[in-house]
Design a protein around this ligand. Sequence first.
Ligand SMILES: [Zn+2]
Length: 389
Amino acid sequence: MDWFSVLDERYDSYKETAIEQRRYLFSDVEKLFDNYNLTKTVIGKSVRGQSLYSLAKGNGDKRILLWSQMHGNEPTATLALLDVFRFLSAKDDSFTELRQTILQNCSLCFFPIVNPDGTDDYTRRNAVDIDLNRDALRKQAPETKALFGLKDTFKPHFAFNLHDQRTFYNIGDTAIPATISFLAPSYEVSRAINAPREQSMKLIASINKKVQQLIPGGVGKYSDEFYPTATGDNFQKEGISTVLIESGPFPNDPERQYVRKLNFLLIIQSLYEIATDTYLSATIEEYKAIPDNGKQFFDVLIKNILIDGYQVDLGINLNEKPTKELGLEYDAKIEDLGDLSYYFGHTVLDCEAQHTPEKPLKVGDSATFTILKDEKAKYKLTNGVLTEL
Ligand SMILES: [Zn+2]
């Protein structure tokens, strides 16, 4: 049975529609937990005293731990986990067999939102500015202690570390944005492959085949350089098969709701493949063949503009900034200037050496300016948003 395709069609029945945007408060998510048929446990407190929760279901031999949002401004997978909770809580639907296969063979433990204070502030770091994904050795932050405590009591065989990635990643050297990226982290500097890491690689190789059906060419993998203080690397070091999934940009999806759906599908598919051991037929070579992430995208690329007689390209990025009203705005700045011919843009304007900005521009300047041709205004960039005049 190709559950992946059927679930793709029926996703809307399981989507948690209470939250459909990137910016929310931890309390918005917390109050939903009691709606699901999972066992909720308080496993610690954040720096500001917010409760940290695990949610568990299933009683099989294969123990799988999944956590999201160690980085507060990376919300996509948390929303996908809410969809997974709704799916696991449902009864008497066309997925009863799939659900039973997962729950009879696996014990699932979720830690949604490792960083609730960072979620409220929409910051990467926690309330005392520690990057929770670089705290795996000292384990100073209470949020890190909760995650590692969960690992020690639950003793997972598999771990899923769920993040969002920035918009500048592309696949290989192509102009395709990295919508999903994977990594089977290394457990030591030589990047050796032991049995647990081999399982991570095979699982990724197997679920990659599924997601490629939906976003052909849109999947990359991260460098497996060993990060001694990173969480995934240290889980892998303890013999836990660890999978990093990063959610990235998809065209016309600023709230990443399509990528949320991809996460949901990938997570259910992973659980099913672990439950049935089907991923074991994939190979390390298939994992290695997934193209590496490039870093060649700007949000806006202005090509061949004339500044003081020099023909240059401008690379502009839109940096997310949380607003007091629980929204997001963008702080658009010129990140690079010069020969950017080996870069791509989510939005591209080629000035063909016939246009000039109304004022001289430098790296770090705000991306708000008018572009002239023959002294007439032709285009306007307003905080990174391009309009033709
Ligand atoms: Zn992250």
